[in-house]
Design a binder for this molecule. Structure first.
Ligand code: NIG
Ligand code: FE
Length: 407
């Protein structure tokens, strides 16, 4: 099962985990994949003898470039309907927070998702999730957070689990019950928070429905103090934690991520210098998603250069969701990041592969091309990785290999 030899590779670009942007290049080589894992990386052309022909499928890379599959470590792909009307409202001058306060935003998606059965939600989400593969994403984080009742959040996580089990792409589930305060609890937020802490988080953890717990710390959403209580409960129940922080205001969320030893703090348009230092000290990944700033028309972007220069670990993700970033393509996010974050092609590819793996605590199994790791690989129709951010909105992925299987 899933034995494959990729021969005639022009170049392998392999991110090295030690430092953002560190990429090793290997020219003219082949990769032997056995049982879905990388078994050997051989220099030069490989001899395809009778034994190999019998045991392995052979793929000729035709001199093209091989990269690790992209890892999208922050996404909200499970939802009911698009919100293109809100995109138009923003472009006509209204802000994300204004639209949210008028009943749009997350609450809009919550109302619609609650009306769907688990089966209905599965059918529409599965199709959407499978689209990511075309753009080279082989591992995708998937958050709940559009249910905001105990049952609707569990429904979302069960859909994520089923899609993961039945499809090639790997989904990494995150519980985001603290995405917003549900409409019906607006005058009694304590009660909702207590339900999260005492009922939903323990059940999610016990049933293995999520690996991590996330929260949206922001003006009009959750406070740092509420975040500390909710995420501490998550940690006690054995979940990893992460935070949507400093997206629309500088709000202390990233300091909390450092304090709690979170996997990542995400967005970071308005992160403080102190929070940058705190996160570096505590090995928290800076998960950047400038597609959201771009899509909602913000003029501020996360300070990637400052973070890299100080030695922070960067992941790059889409934040795919119906409100702030309806984009599945990490290569397009790389274009936006090159222009607005001033990141180099090496840094971008690093952040979208091994950086994403680190944000998900999966750097031992995915994110680079190493013996023993999963054979999640891309063959790209390029000569040099600088063509990826340069080719705006184009798809240069020629083949996707997942667990050693050609998709
Ligand atoms: O990551 N910031 C909070 N959550 C999402 C937006 C969700 C939505 O608008 O539906 C984000 O940008
Ligand atoms: Fe998000």
């Amino acid at each position: 099962m899933n034995n494959l030899i990729i021969k005639n590779i022009g170049k392998i670009y392999n991110p090295l985990p030690d430092k953002v942007g560190n990429i090793n290049i290997l020219e003219n080589c082949s990769i032997i994949i056995t049982g879905g894992k990388i078994q050997e990386i051989c220099a030069g052309d490989i001899e395809i003898n009778a034994i190999r022909l019998e045991k392995y499928k052979i793929l000729d890379a035709e001199g093209k470039v091989v990269l690790p599959g992209f890892i999208d470590s922050h996404a909200h792909p499970i939802f009911a309907e698009l919100r293109d009307n809100e995109f138009e409202m923003r472009n006509a001058g209204r802000s994300y927070l204004e639209i949210a306060q008028a009943g749009g935003g997350i609450k809009n998606s919550v109302r619609k998702l609650r009306k769907l059965s688990e089966e209905q939600l599965y059918v529409i989400s599965k199709e959407r999730v499978n689209e990511f593969i075309k753009y080279g994403t082989t591992t995708l984080e998937a958050k709940s957070g559009y249910g905001l009742t105990h049952n609707d959040e569990i429904k979302m996580l069960k859909v994520i689990r089923r899609i993961n089990e039945e499809n090639d792409i790997d989904l990494i589930p995150t519980f985001l019950g603290a995405h917003d305060i549900p409409e019906e609890f607006k005058d009694n937020r304590e009660e909702y928070i207590n339900t999260l802490i005492n009922k939903t988080i323990p059940e999610v953890a016990k049933e293995g429905l999520a690996e991590a717990c996330d929260i949206f710390i922001e003006k009009n959403y959750y406070t740092v103090e509420e975040g500390r209580r909710i995420l501490t409960a998550a940690k006690i129940n054995g979940l990893e934690v992460k935070i949507h922080a400093d997206q629309l205001t500088c709000n202390g969320g990233s300091e909390l991520a450092a304090e709690l030893g979170a996997l990542s703090s995400d967005h970071l348009e308005y992160i403080s210098d102190k929070a940058i230092d705190d996160m570096i000290k505590n090995d928290v990944v800076f998960n950047l998603m400038p597609g959201a700033s771009f899509f909602i028309g913000m003029t501020d972007y996360p300070p990637a250069r400052k973070i890299i220069d100080k030695g922070g670990i960067i992941a790059l993700s889409t934040d795919f969701n119906p409100g702030t970033c309806y984009c599945m393509s990490l290569p397009l996010i790389m274009t936006i990041s090159a222009v607005y974050l001033k990141m180099t092609a090496e840094e971008l590819v690093w952040a979208a592969t091994i950086g994403g793996a680190k944000a998900l605590k999966k750097e031992n199994s995915i994110g680079s091309i190493e013996v023993g790791k999963k054979a999640d690989l891309l063959i790209m129709d390029i000569e040099n990785i600088s063509e990826i951010p340069y080719s705006m909105g184009m798809n240069l992925v020629s083949k996707v290999i997942k667990n050693g299987k050609i998709l």
